[in-house]
Structures are given as structure tokens and as C-alpha cells.
Design a protein around this ligand. Structure first.
Ligand code: MN
Length: 404
């Protein structure tokens, strides 16, 4: 994460990434947007001393990693020109079309909502953001990437700014990223914000993770080998597997907020198994429970009961040979896209060649949006609403599912 804050993204690296992408982009439109923005911001510098244009380029790069479309990339490159230069929306509309102009306008307006205020007003702000989002969800996705890059480069800002921005990120942007299911962004902005809000706790957890990290990696690798071997013995194709370390803030939440010792956080390390069908998920679960002893009450079926942000997966915690507990997450390829990219998966895996993922995608995106808006209307008072987004993550954490 720290190395990302030192990376300076250039237009060349952006172009290279576009060329390498299997998705089709309108490269000449993106280059025009870059040239326009570079000219408009020509004499401006960031707090780091770098030319201002490095910021919109970095935001565009992050959006490209999420798999967003040409207009979103163009809008990212242009997202600060109306706010910070003489450029008008009318100019953008003429040069880059209605969609790009509308996205830039949305991001500019979002930037004007005074966010760092009293708790009651904070909820009202989140409401405004969600309302803006309901017109075109790409606006908030650009805003989240803008915030991510600002968080990555926060060390160049004065101390009071760091604290305010980190608080706002923790209280408003991380819950929105979570709500949209964009785990990659949520985890990173949350960890970055946590580093500024509680540097001592952050350092302590980071240090704890470093200790014996080689041993733990070896442990996870041996688990993965055992699972692969068993699948092959049973005549099944070897599943796609990955090891996962919980985010620093994720560990903090579990250990400190829930008053558990670090030894009791069973899912610091997890093995993820990715298969093709829902049937194969339950089949894999059976194999895992046959191989390792499950810890009672630690099984969760988020396939049958998805989380509010559409997350689907089976979770179970089992005990390995050395008596060390670890979590196993089992899901399909599609579920994994949704788990990583949330609503952005809609853009990332649309038009991506195979076409399989795209089936029913539009409907899924719409139902997602509807759920968010319904959930927003349900919350009658602001405080309740704010608590709801903050506690979203825990929504089902106390549920226990039984299966025979
Ligand atoms: Mn910006």
C-alpha cells in the first residue's frame, strides 16, 4: 500500500494499460481528454510539488483498473477542470459529449457538498451523495477513486487536513464503497484513513502481521496443497485458490472493537476457493469439512442469503493439522468478481469477450440500484441511517446457518 503512494502514473502508463486491456476503448478520445486537461491545469501543482495533471491521470488509471468505460476515463481526466480552471461545462459538452460533461458536473457538485460537519449533517451528506449517485452511479465511482488517490498522497498535506480527510473517508466514503461492494477500494481507503486516525494501533497491527509472516505463508501454502491434492484424488478439477490476509483495519475492528485478542481473530488468514457453479461450492464445502474439523457456529452461507451489497460466498472456519484455525471462503467465478469489484464488476466484465458474465447483468445492476435507494428511503431519521451504513458490514455476522 505504501508503495502505491509513491507511484506516479503517467499518460504513457495509462495508454499502455489501455492497449493491454482486452476491453475496447476509444483511445483517441481519451488522449484528447488528457491533452485538454493537461493544458487547463498547466500551471498548477499539487502539495507534493508534482504537476497537477498527475492527479487526474492517477484517478483515470485507478478507474481503468476497475474496468470502467471510455467516458468514465475521460471524465476522470477532466474531473477537476471545471472546479479549478476557466473551463465551462458547455466546452466539455461540445468536445467530449453530454455523458462526459454530465459526469464531470456530478463530480464537481459532489465536491461542493460540505462533508466534514456534525454527525447529523453527515448523514444528510451521505443522502445527497446517494441521490447524485442514483442519476448515474459512475459519478460516485469516480469520486471514490479521486478520494483513493488523495488518500494515497495525503502525507503531503498539513496535519489538520490529514485528520479531517481521514475522518471523512472513514465515516462517509468507506461506507459508500462498502455499500457498493467495491472491496478493493473500501479496504484500501479504510486502511489509509486508519493509519492517520490511529497511527499507533496501525503500527502495532502491522508489526504483529510481520512477525512470523513467512511461517504463516508456509502454513497457508501447505493447506492449499492439501486441498488441491484431495480434489485431484476425488477426480475433480483442481480449483482456483488464493490466500488472503485480512486488512489492517479489518483486524482492528475484530480485535479491538469486539474486544477479542489477536489469537481469537480466526480469519486473519483465509484460503479462498473459486469454482464454477453453486453446486460445486457446496460440494467443496463438504470436502473441506471432511478434511478439517469445522469450528461450531462459524459457518455462514452468504450464497443462500447474500449480504446487502450483493456479496455471495460460503464461509467456514476450520482447524488445520497444527491446531491453527483458518477461514475458508468458497464462491463461484461470478461471485468473486462481485466480491472484489461490487457494482463496478458490471463495467469490468461487460463486453469482455466471453460474454458469459454479462448475462443478466443489466438487471442485476438495476436491482442493486433499487436496493440502495429503497434502503435509503427506509431510514426515517438521519442518525439511524448513518448507523445503518456504518454497521452494514456486521449485518449478518451473528447469524448462524445450519445444514444437513
Ligand atoms: Mn480530484
Amino acid at each position: 500500500m505504501l508503495n502505491k503512494s509513491e507511484t506516479v502514473y503517467t499518460i504513457d502508463s495509462l495508454i499502455q494499460k489501455i492497449l493491454d486491456d482486452e476491453k475496447q476503448y476509444d483511445l483517441s478520445k481519451i488522449i484528447s481528454a488528457y491533452e485538454f486537461a493537461a493544458k487547463a491545469h498547466a500551471n498548477q501543482v499539487r502539495s507534493s510539488g508534482e504537476p497537477y495533471i498527475t492527479h487526474p491521470v492517477a484517478v483515470a488509471y485507478i478507474l481503468l483498473e476497475l474496468g470502467m468505460d471510455t467516458d468514465t476515463i475521460c471524465a476522470a481526466l477532466l474531473h477537476d477542470v471545471v472546479e479549478d480552471t476557466d473551463t465551462t461545462l458547455e466546452e466539455l459538452r461540445k468536445l467530449f459529449g453530454q455523458d462526459v460533461a454530465m459526469l464531470v458536473d456530478g463530480v464537481t457538485k459532489l465536491g461542493k457538498i460540505p462533508l466534514f460537519t456534525k454527525e447529523e449533517q453527515q448523514a444528510e451528506n451521505v443522502r445527497k451523495i446517494l441521490l447524485a449517485m442514483s442519476q448515474d452511479i459512475r459519478v460516485i465511482i469516480i469520486k471514490l477513486c479521486d478520494r483513493l488517490h488523495n488518500m494515497r498522497t495525503l502525507q503531503f498535506r498539513p496535519a489538520y487536513k490529514q485528520r479531517n480527510t481521514a475522518l471523512e473517508t472513514m465515516n462517509i466514503y468507506a461506507p459508500i464503497a462498502h455499500r457498493l461492494g467495491i472491496r478493493t477500494i473500501k479496504d484500501e481507503i479504510e486502511d489509509l484513513a486508519f493509519r492517520y486516525l490511529d497511527p499507533y494501533a496501525y503500527a502495532e497491527i502491522e508489526q504483529m502481521l510481520k512477525i512470523r509472516s513467512d511461517e504463516r505463508q508456509a502454513f497457508i501454502n501447505s493447506i492449499k496443497e492439501q486441498i488441491a491434492k484431495r480434489f485431484v484424488e476425488m477426480g475433480l478439477p483442481e480449483p482456483q485458490m488464493s490466500g488472503r490476509v485480512k486488512s489492517v483495519y479489518g483486524i482492528y475492528r475484530k480485535a479491538f472493537i469486539k474486544g477479542k485478542g489477536l489469537d481469537e481473530v480466526y480469519d486473519i488468514y483465509a484460503v479462498r476457493i473459486i469454482v464454477n457453479t453453486v453446486n460445486e461450492c457446496y460440494n467443496a464445502l463438504g470436502i473441506i469439512h471432511d478434511m478439517f474439523k469445522p469450528i461450531p457456529n462459524r459457518f455462514k452461507d452468504y450464497i443462500a442469503t447474500p449480504k446487502a451489497n450483493m456479496y455471495q460466498s460460503l464461509h467456514t472456519t476450520v482447524i488445520g493439522r497444527e491446531g491453527i484455525p483458518f477461514e475458508v471462503q468458497i464462491r463461484t467465478v461470478d461471485m468473486n468478481y462481485t466480491a472484489e469489484y461490487g457494482i463496478a464488476a458490471h463495467w469490468k466484465y461487460k463486453e469482455s469477450g466471453s460474454g458469459q458474465v454479462a448475462a443478466g447483468d443489466e438487471a442485476k445492476k438495476l436491482s442493486w440500484l433499487r436496493q440502495i435507494l429503497e434502503w435509503q428511503q427506509d431510514m426515517s431519521d438521519n442518525k439511524e441511517f448513518l448507523n445503518a451504513i456504518k454497521s452494514d458490514l456486521d449485518m449478518f455476522s451473528d447469524s448462524v446457518y445450519c445444514f444437513t
